[in-house]
Design a protein around this ligand. Structure first.
Ligand code: SAH
Length: 216
């Protein structure tokens, strides 16, 4: 794995383009400028890894578009040492961005192949602040709840109730909701039983599915 001057240059251009699309959080931009996105993708995509596009990864899933990663990361309002639960590890790129912003990340993936890839990548990149789990994200991680922040990176048919219960009072969750096209929802848990919900922009994610898939 090599991060060349060319990669760095392409990455800087990508960050400028994300900024021009409205992302302001300096910590998000700095983390994304530091992290080699091409490490999280197949070698075949190395030349195009710094386009602002989603690309295929293993198990018929995708690495989210950089703008989407930046948007969700900004909406989370991360402060150092916050605990973040992520549903949908995928390539591991989003988890690594949050880790570089100072978060302690717990990430869950239902595809064993992706779980293993990401887990190895976090070891190689020396990111022990990310813990990976091969599970069904519908259940969250009750043993480590409540979390300061929750991010769902797969399209949910409805707001996952079980996950709201794993959010701290005052905590934030960002989740794309809808079938086909998703509306990004920002949910704040304001008390034990009350939440407020804000609808943001529209995105397209792979679906949030039940159960786990073991490696063949
Ligand atoms: N955050 C990822 C995006 C990956 S795409 C990245 O940065 O690359 C969404 C991922 O969510 C897919 O890998 C998919 O397998 C996973 N997923 C879907 N439903 C899930 C569930 N119930 N539990 C855990 N992961 C799930």
């Amino acid at each position: 794995m090599q991060d060349s001057y060319r990669h760095k240059g392409l990455r800087r251009k990508l960050i400028e383009s994300i900024q021009s699309k409205g992302i302001k959080d300096k910590a998000v931009l700095a983390a994304m400028n530091k992290l080699p996105r091409h490490f999280f993708m197949d070698k075949a995509f190395e030349e195009i890894a710094y386009q602002d596009k989603a690309f295929p990864i293993a198990a018929h899933q995708t690495i989210s578009q950089p703008y989407t990663v930046a948007f969700q990361s900004e909406q989370l309002q991360i402060k150092p040492r916050m605990t973040v639960l992520e549903i949908g590890t995928g390539s591991g790129y989003q988890s690594a961005v949050l880790a570089l912003m100072g978060a302690r990340v717990y990430t869950i993936e239902r595809q064993e192949e992706l779980y293993q890839f990401a887990n190895n990548m976090f070891k190689k990149l020396n990111l022990p602040q990310i813990r990976t789990y091969f599970r069904d994200g519908f259940n969250g991680l009750p043993e480590f709840a409540p979390f300061d922040r929750i991010i769902v990176t797969a399209g949910a048919a409805q707001i996952p109730d079980k996950l709201i219960r794993q959010l701290k009072i005052g905590g934030l969750m960002v989740v794309p909701v809808g079938e086909g096209v998703q509306t990004m929802m920002r949910i704040t848990r304001i008390s034990e039983k009350k939440v407020t919900c804000t609808a943001l922009e529209e995105f397209r994610f792979v679906p949030f599915l039940k159960g786990t898939v073991s490696r063949k």
